[in-house]
Design a protein around this ligand. Structure first.
Ligand SMILES: *Cc1c(COP(=O)(O)O)cnc(C)c1O
Length: 285
């Protein structure tokens, strides 16, 4: 059941695909015992699935996602314990206990026809639940749908038929960079009434057309796992007697104090990503 590799067969420490091919097809149980968090992924354990092998692995890499008691065995508590020798010793004990009490029992307990029913049940669950999810087909499909197709569409949209749009974007970038230092936020007022917050601002975009800027109300994320708030202000009347000055306003409902919100101006063009491509920003003072 457990194969070992002759030390002379292993010529180097790089991944030997010929040895791996034999192993992933030939073993009943793939034992993988890295110290957390050193398992980068554990793709060899995934290769075992389609061959009907089971995994007994540290709860690290893919196994931390994939493990369920019906599909294999898990070592560790999913936490990191550094190089603590006491923890290593307790995991070694746990490994032998799993092998002796769980693996060996399930593998050698045979029915009248000589079939290890408990083992076969796990093989079926492992193949049925995990093979489709942890496969190259799924990965390539997901990358294609999520990233490659939208990147290709964005490339086509940006290039246009004759790249005229790219030239237009270059002109826009040059103009916007040249005049950005002239952008300013002159007046900001906040009216806070209960949970209603109204913000008014006067913004001057200098020589830049008003569509080249986006005026927004910004506040840092309230919780570590939340995104910052970015709410666009609406452009109103031009400011009389000014060049490139406009009134902006927005009304929101919030439980947060008004001081959490700042007005800022960022560059805006439907094809140019901010902050990746310009990063231009002007904050209220
Ligand atoms: C499967 C495979 C790996 C991954 O090995 P793991 O350490 O098990 O994740 C690396 N290199 C090659 C060529 C492989 O086929």
């Amino acid at each position: 059941m457990i194969k070992s590799i002759d030390s002379q067969q292993v010529e180097s420490l790089t991944y030997d695909i010929d040895v791996a091919t034999q192993l992933v097809q030939g073993v009943d149980l793939w034992i993988n015992t890295p110290r957390r968090p050193w398992e980068a992924s554990g793709t060899s354990g995934m290769k075992v699935l389609v061959n009907g092998g089971l995994n007994l692995s540290e709860l690290d890499g893919w196994w931390a996602e994939a493990f369920q008691p019906e599909v294999g065995c898990a070592l560790g508590d999913g936490a990191e314990h550094g190089e603590d020798p006491a923890w290593d010793r307790s995991e070694a004990e746990a490994l032998y206990a799993l092998l002796e009490q769980d693996v060996v029992t399930a593998f050698y307990e045979r029915d009248a026809q000589g079939l290890p029913q408990a083992w076969l049940a796990r093989m079926r669950e492992s193949m049925a639940r995990l093979t489709g999810l942890f496969s190259t087909n799924r990965m390539v499909r997901e990358y294609t749908e999520t990233y490659y197709l939208s990147a290709a569409a964005a490339y086509r949209a940006r290039g246009g038929a004759d790249f005229s749009q790219v030239r237009e974007i270059e002109r826009w970038l040059a103009l916007t960079r040249r005049h950005w230092s002239g952008v300013r936020i002159a007046v900001v007022s906040r009216e806070h009434d209960g949970e209603r917050l109204r913000v008014d601002a006067h913004v001057y975009s200098d020589e830049l057309p008003p569509d080249s800027v986006r005026v927004e109300l910004y506040s840092d994320a309230e919780a570590a796992d939340a995104a910052p708030e970015r709410i666009a202000l609406q452009r109103g009347e031009p400011l009389a007697g000014s060049s490139g000055g406009y009134r902006y306003h927005i009304e929101i409902t919030t439980r947060r104090p008004a001081e959490h919100y700042s007005v800022r101006v960022v560059s805006a063009h439907p094809q140019v990503r901010w902050p990746l491509e310009t990063g231009l920003v002007c904050w209220e003072r």
